[in-house]
Design a protein around this ligand. Structure first.
Ligand code: TA6
Length: 334
């Protein structure tokens, strides 16, 4: 059996994924799920029209990466281990994601930055290793291509192994589709291939690179309930409009599906973050002390990152046998 190739499964998968894309108005994303059936775009013939090649491989430390380049000049890199996006550069070359210069870039070790995939457990909210096992799992590159709209994408997939089942006794398949235009979309899909339902948390732990954290605000969380993980997860309500980050911040904003606007005054730019399937938002910055003692960041790096995570934690997803769940995050600069 080839993953996601069974007609009925694939139809359902595409339907869900397209719906998730359409729900947040990601036309390129919606188009890219039709690549198998849509006609190929005509090959351009003139020099300046020739799109750059897609799917070259690169390296990040000891890890192999897939490189995506869009005709606009934007680019992305995804480490195959963990299917973890590690770079997203705008057409002007500006890097939008943070990776710590102290991060291990080694097989089997989490990368401190980019977009780690959290599954099936958020942080230490359960018996598994922190944030679950997908971020260091072995993934395969299923497809790297350009869709009819001109977006380039890479599709990664993975599934349960004996080692995973020893820790977490469930059968599943997962895929991550990274779609690059000038914007960056990441769509995570999980399928329950076992006989029993299972619960899980999922998140795209997106480390945004910022110019100066003290000049960053996040709009779109006004009035939301949140669990403050720096204070024993006590529940509070967000009164600020917009939210600024002062000191250690570790919050799960519950059921907050609105668009987020992350304003980075020092860079004079606003990042728009749209989601479907992920109802929660996690905001995290370790603050000066924990950046050093716990997160292993280099000096001063905590002022150049803010994790804004599309998440489904409260409540966890309950996935019935044979069912699929998808969550999509769409990032663009306005
Ligand atoms: O998502 C926020 C968080 O759970 C924080 O509590 C912080 O520990 C961070 O993730 C990083 O976790 P990690 O396991 O990568 O050190």
């Amino acid at each position: 059996m080839t993953d996601f190739e069974f007609d009925s499964e694939r139809r359902l998968f595409l339907k869900r994924l397209a719906a998730a894309g359409a729900a947040i108005g990601v036309s390129g994303f919606a188009a890219c799920v039709q690549t198998k059936t849509a006609p190929e775009p005509k090959a351009p013939t003139t020099g300046s029209d020739v799109p750059p090649p897609v799917g070259a491989r690169g390296r990040l430390g000891e890890l192999e990466t897939v490189l995506l380049k869009h005709a606009s000049g934007s680019s992305a890199a995804i480490a195959i281990q963990g299917a973890q996006v590690t770079s997203w550069k705008r057409a002007n070359g500006e890097e939008m994601l943070f990776v710590s210069e102290n991060s291990p870039l080694l097989p089997g070790q989490p990368i401190r930055g980019g977009i780690p995939i959290i599954f099936p457990q958020f942080a230490s909210l359960g018996p598994l290793p922190g944030h679950g096992f997908l971020r260091t799992a072995t993934w395969e590159v299923a497809e790297v291509s350009r869709d009819p709209s001109g977006a380039v994408f890479a599709l990664f997939r993975t599934r349960d192994t004996e080692a995973i089942r020893a820790e977490w006794p469930h059968s599943f398949r997962a895929s991550l589709r990274v779609t690059l235009e000038e914007a960056l979309s990441t769509a995570l899909t999980v399928e329950n291939t076992g006989q029993e339902p299972f619960p899980f948390h999922a998140a795209l732990h997106t480390y945004l690179r910022v110019g100066d954290l003290r000049q960053v605000t996040v709009a779109g969380l006004e009035g939301a309930r949140y669990q403050d993980r720096t204070a024993k997860s006590v529940e509070r309500r967000e009164r600020r409009r917009p939210v600024s980050i002062r000191g250690e911040t570790d919050r799960i904003y519950i059921a907050r599906p609105d668009r987020l606007r992350i304003r980075d005054e020092s860079r004079q730019r606003t990042i728009l973050l749209d989601r479907a399937g992920f109802n929660d938002v996690v905001l995290w910055n370790p603050g000066e002390e924990k950046a050093r003692t716990k997160s292993g960041l280099a000096d001063g790096e905590y002022l150049t990152m803010l994790a804004v995570e599309s998440a489904q934690i409260v409540p966890p997803v309950q996935l019935a046998p044979g069912s699929l769940w998808s969550g999509v995050q769409h990032l663009r600069v306005s």
